[in-house]
Design a protein around this ligand. Structure first.
Ligand SMILES: [Zn+2]
Length: 435
């Protein structure tokens, strides 16, 4: 056991040293093949057979491996992690973002929490099971994936479409973003289990008008009309909706802390959760944030077309109502098309797998509890879920109460406590023996 938790720290650091920056552009995205080969080597070294697949473009490397369980009649459990990271600018960091430095009790670098830590914990436990001949109760499928940070078009989305065979027999899955502890009230430690994700709806808006000279009277200016529509949408506040999974979160927190959420002032009640409120607050309503604008090419030419991109995030069950609302705000002059559209994912906080996660956490942190929550962002679960697989976010980490964990995601000086990775490896080991 000690070996696996020590190894997980080492593997996290080594994985960080492989720069896998995903810029969203094929030409400038690097390192996924090298990281996949590294993972593959670690698995094959202890006797796994692996499958290496490049998903849709050269270098977009993914690795799969299976470990047979005691009861082949049960559905397999998928444990998935992504190998890519978002870029980092070394001039902003206290240590080099691809150093993987282990100092002051932390492992430092891009990917430390998103999510080379979990990749390393998974690898360490997979290696231990193989080395020691540990047979899990059901088949395990380990997947290490490319391109999560740009929506999985060259990763999970491609794989579920072109290689669904790699997921054969899988009924449930665990990946990011959950499992980390949050300290509620005085000293109640709760471990999050992600049961839902908002949908991603990136839309391009386009307005056409009449081209003309900038010096003349003009009543059909595409820029004016687009700008007004974008301003209306960006300023719009979508209705507060408490979905089933957000309700489950509120109920769990209330039962742990003894303090009920004031439904007349939910944003105020959520703010009391501290930094975690940045995530929870965004799961109370749909959002539409304009992110790109594009029109024109000369100061005195009125262009015939103006475009904008809006990053919309939609609650489970709200897609139709959301679109109706958006179209009403935009009006008839604005065309819209999808840049990326990934529906929300939602499951329930119950069943044997949730019980197994909870038991594994409690065995390592007596008295701790698990709570369900909704992620405002998106993960590979969006693609994996389309195969009928039930998805959870569970990458266990015991965190110091004062650490602003959610700010570390894609943040400067991203780092993870060494002890958290050691703890997480022990929890994952227990969980996968009893899943
Ligand atoms: Zn991630």
């Amino acid at each position: 056991m000690n070996l696996a938790q020590d190894e997980a720290v080492e593997l996290t650091s080594e994985l960080i040293r492989i720069d896998t920056s995903n810029t969203g552009e094929l030409e400038t995205t690097v390192g996924e093949r090298a990281a996949a080969e590294y993972v593959r080597g670690k698995l094959e070294e202890v006797g796994y057979e692996t499958v290496y697949v490049e998903s849709g473009a050269p270098g977009r490397g993914n690795v799969f491996a299976r470990l047979a369980g005691a009861d082949p009649s049960r559905g397999a459990l998928l444990i998935h992690g992504h190998l890519d990271v978002v870029p980092a600018d070394p001039t902003e960091w206290s240590v080099h973002p691809f150093s993987g430095a282990v100092q002051d009790g932390y492992i430092w670098g891009r990917g430390a929490v998103d999510m080379k830590d979990m990749v390393a914990m998974t690898l360490a436990v997979a290696r231990r099971f193989k080395r020691d001949g540990i047979v899990p109760p059901r088949d395990l499928v380990f997947a290490f994936l490319a391109d999560e940070e740009a929506g999985g078009h060259y990763g999970s989305q491609w794989l579920v479409e072109h290689r669904p065979d790699l997921f054969d027999g899988v009924t449930e899955a665990v990946g990011e973003v959950g499992g980390f502890s949050v300290t509620l009230g005085e000293d109640v430690r709760a471990y999050t289990i992600e049961i839902a994700e908002k949908g991603i709806a990136w839309m391009r808006l386009r307005v056409r008008g009449r081209a003309g000279h900038g010096s003349m009277l003009h009543d059909d200016n595409a820029v004016t009309k687009l700008a007004a529509a974008v301003a209306r949408l960006g300023a719009h506040e979508f209705p507060l909706v408490i979905t089933d999974s957000v309700r489950a979160f509120f109920d769990s927190v209330a039962s742990l802390t003894g303090v009920a959420f004031d439904e007349d002032d939910l944003p105020g009640a959520v703010a009391k959760l501290g930094p975690f409120s940045r995530v929870v607050g965004a799961t109370l309503r749909d959002t539409a944030n304009p992110t790109m604008l594009n029109a024109g090419y000369k100061a005195n030419v009125i262009p015939s077309v103006a475009e904008a991109v809006v990053d919309c995030r939609v609650l489970p069950g709200r897609e139709e109502a959301f679109l109706r609302e958006v179209d009403e705000i935009l009006g008839p002059d604005v065309e819209r098309e999808w840049v990326s559209r990934l529906p929300a994912v939602e499951t329930t906080f119950d069943g044997d797998l949730v019980a197994a996660m909870t038991a594994a956490v409690r065995a390592e942190d007596a008295g701790a509890r698990t709570i369900p929550y909704v992620l405002s962002g998106g993960t590979d679960a969006k693609a994996i879920h389309t195969l009928g697989i039930r998805c959870f976010g569970f990458a266990p980490l015991q965190l110091p109460p004062d650490l602003d964990f959610t700010a570390l995601f894609h943040g400067v000086d991203e780092r993870v406590p060494v002890d958290a990775v050691r703890f997480g490896t022990r929890v994952l080991d227990r969980f996968l023996r009893n899943c």
